[in-house]
Design a protein around this ligand. Structure first.
Ligand SMILES: Cc1cc2nc3c(=O)[nH]c(=O)nc-3n(C[C@H](O)[C@H](O)[C@H](O)COP(=O)(O)O)c2cc1C
Length: 170
């Protein structure tokens, strides 16, 4: 997936919580695994690990019926949450750009077995799969976000700030 396609997705993506239960196929899953291995870190000295897991390995699921999840693990050094956010958002954009649905999940948790399967600390989940609806908005006015003037007084960098303004938020 080229970076232009990912960038353009920033302005139309949306979180998906209602999934079609059809399989995304083994080729797609393989591509996803490859993508997980090639995510660009923001802070390259922080070790990270990503695992694809199934619904029976996730607890506290609320309002989310995804057939697959990514569990993200990290070393807990300075900046580790920003780094994991930077990396996994590349997956969120990749899913949307390829027509799949995805959603960041801070409340659901992987099982103890999954947490103990990594030497790193479990940080966050992301659900993904075939979406029942198109995973896109038709206009940025459909994002429920504050305006730029409400979140910053920085001037002259509106293109960069607009991408940050539209980013997923807890
Ligand atoms: C760190 C983080 C944690 C989140 N946790 C959850 C969650 O537990 N459950 C959920 O349904 N959505 C969760 N979300 C998704 C947000 O609710 C979603 O991004 C927000 O509603 C904005 O909607 P949009 O992504 O469609 O623009 C989370 C997002 C982030 C960035």
């Amino acid at each position: 997936m080229n970076e232009t396609a990912l960038y353009e997705t920033i302005f139309k993506r949306k979180s998906i919580r209602d999934y079609d239960q059809t399989s995304i196929g083994s080729n797609r899953l393989e591509e996803i695994s490859k993508n997980l291995q090639s995510l660009k870190p923001l802070l390259a000295d922080i070790k990270t690990e990503f695992k694809v897991i199934s619904p029976n390995q996730v607890t506290r699921k609320i309002n989310n019926n995804a057939p697959s999840y990514i569990a993200a693990f990290s070393e807990t050094k300075d900046g580790y949450k920003v780094n994991i956010g930077f990396m996994l958002q590349q997956m969120d954009l990749y899913f949307s750009a390829s027509g799949l649905g995805s959603c960041w999940l801070g409340i659901p948790q992987p099982t103890k077995e999954v947490k103990e399967s990594s030497n790193l600390e479990f940080i966050i989940l992301m659900s993904f799969g075939n979406s029942k609806e198109a995973p896109y908005r038709t206009s940025t006015s459909e994002f429920h976000r504050k305006s730029l003037s409400e979140i910053t007084n920085i001037e002259g960098a509106n293109d960069l700030l607009e991408a940050a303004r539209l980013a997923p938020q807890p």
